[in-house]
Design a protein around this ligand. Structure first.
Ligand code: F6R
Length: 241
């Protein structure tokens, strides 16, 4: 299902409403969360809404999609830091219920396995929030990632390094590798909301619309899912038929 809104603000309000509905009807839900520019207005809206009409969030569990390898949780560009800055520091979710892949682990294989297993142990993700890369990545699952993948290490593509180097002082500072939930972990979520805003997402959204289910476009895996909502602003929807 596509939902197209005129502005980023409306996109954020709609997405927040969906998150609030989930929290209200299932206070013990397990949420899959994303970082990135797209989510900043969503999390700001969510915090504002919860400030005005508080809900009990203390029983939620969260799993983030990804983390850079080599960045500690207190590195300002780490996703752990991002999530605390934009959301967790102002929410009453116990720290032990918050999960992100550990970018500093010295046993990557076991850390990856444990991450996917921890999601399964919670009964899977009840709702997964996703952004999309300009190359069609979801999480950090770059083009040609297997649709059967679980949490794994990725070498970031040149496109992703260019896109995300804006957050670092220069491209050389940007990590080359990351840990990401796999595509299968994402597809097993009961409900998925993919959010894309801005002109720079128009091309990939058109590609996604026309694409068959193909590993060259990771987001096309979502077409297999039976409870997917794609939320766009007018600019990201410019090239849709
Ligand atoms: C972030 C993530 C990525 C981003 C995508 C879009 O946790 O998993 O897939 O959602 O790179 O990033 P923005 O929103 O910065 O355009």
């Amino acid at each position: 299902m596509y939902k197209i809104f005129d502005t980023v603000d409306e996109v954020s309000r709609y997405t927040t409403q969906r998150l609030l509905d989930k929290i209200r009807t299932q206070p013990t839900a397990t949420l899959g969360l994303a970082t990135g520019s797209t989510m900043e207005p969503v999390y700001a809206q969510l915090l504002a809404s919860l400030h005005n009409s508080p809900l009990n969030v203390s029983k939620l569990t969260t799993f983030n999609l990804d983390e850079y390898i080599g960045l500690s949780a207190d590195h300002p560009q780490s996703y752990n830091y991002y999530m605390h800055q934009h959301l967790f520091n102002q929410l009453d979710i116990p720290e032990e219920s918050i999960h992100l892949p550990d970018g500093l682990t010295d046993n990557i294989d076991s850390a990856c396995q444990c991450y996917s297993n921890a999601i399964k142990d919670k009964g899977g993700l009840d709702l997964q929030l996703l952004g999309i890369g300009t190359n069609g990545h979801i999480g950090f699952n770059e083009p040609l990632t297997s649709f059967n993948s679980r949490t794994h290490v990725v070498e970031l593509s040149e496109q992703t390094r260019i896109d995300n180097s804006r957050f670092f002082n220069n491209k050389a500072e940007m990590p080359t590798h990351a840990l990401t939930m796999g595509i299968l972990d994402i597809l097993e979520a009961k409900e998925i909301i993919l959010v894309a805003t801005g002109k720079h997402k128009a091309q990939v959204m058109a590609q996604l619309f026309h694409s068959s289910i193909d590993e060259s476009l990771p987001a096309s895996a979502l077409k297999k899912h039976n409870n997917l909502t794609i939320v766009l602003d007018r600019e990201a929807a410019t090239l849709l038929p």
